[in-house]
Ligand binder design. Structure first.
Ligand code: GAR
Length: 212
């Protein structure tokens, strides 16, 4: 039997961003929210890294931030439970992973089914995992790109929401290809969040249809 159809809620959304690093995707989402392009607000920026530049930027932008030290929790599930509690306290509708380099437990994925998005710097399902820009060069693919997808328990394999392709050039290095892909990430991630809170994202089994 087919799964139930999920349709994203049309509402003013409350977003929680999870990041571990530089935070450029977070900034683009925040810019879009601030400029009124996305009907939402960022309720919390969370990191597993105390010194993540993205966390500092969030504080500078006047957003609430939170760091939790995973070493103080008995296991990954307890850590994720705490994050889920923090999200619950703030009435979070959507979690945006933006360079969050910790794998979410199945418990977390199930608690927020169709409510966690991730951005990945490759055209999934090709090149899941890490260092994927270098892998695309090493494989000699002619095109790579980026994918915004819902997060499911199987890493990098949740339903695909938006993708953008870029050419892989003969002289590309990991840095040049990453930079070309990142420009596209900065377009499609805010766009996916906009569509989400406009009630335009429909998920059936593993397919996403955009209702325009
Ligand atoms: C981005 O390129 C994102 O696609 C990638 O980390 C970078 C974070 O940059 N994410 C992954 O590789 C997830 N598997 P940012 O901190 O500037 O947004």
């Amino acid at each position: 039997m087919a799964d139930e159809i999920f349709v994203s809620p049309k509402k003013h959304g409350r977003i929680m961003v999870l990041l571990s690093g530089r935070g450029s995707n977070f900034m683009k989402i925040h810019d879009a929210v601030r400029d009124g392009e996305v009907d939402a607000e960022i309720a919390l920026v969370f990191s597993n890294k105390e010194d993540a530049p993205g966390l500092r930027i969030a504080r500078e932008r006047g957003l609430e931030t939170l760091f939790l030290n995973a070493k103080l929790y008995p296991d990954k599930e307890e850590y994720d439970r705490e994050i889920i509690r923090e999200a619950g306290k703030r009435g979070v509708d959507l979690i945006c992973l933006a360079g969050y380099m910790k794998v979410l437990t199945p418990l977390f994925c199930a608690a927020f089914k169709n409510r966690i998005m991730n951005i990945h710097p490759a055209l999934l399902p090709s090149f899941p995992g890490l260092h994927v820009q270098q892998k695309a060069i090493d494989w000699g693919v002619r095109f790579s790109g980026c994918t915004v997808h819902f997060v499911a328990a199987e890493i990098d394999m949740g339903p695909i929401i938006l993708q953008a392709a870029v050419p892989v050039l003969r002289d590309d290095t990991e840095e040049t290809l990453s930079a070309r892909i990142l420009l596209e990430e900065h377009k499609i991630y805010p766009e996916a969040v906009r569509l989400y809170f406009e009630g335009k994202i429909e998920v059936q089994d593993r397919r996403v249809l955009i209702r325009e």
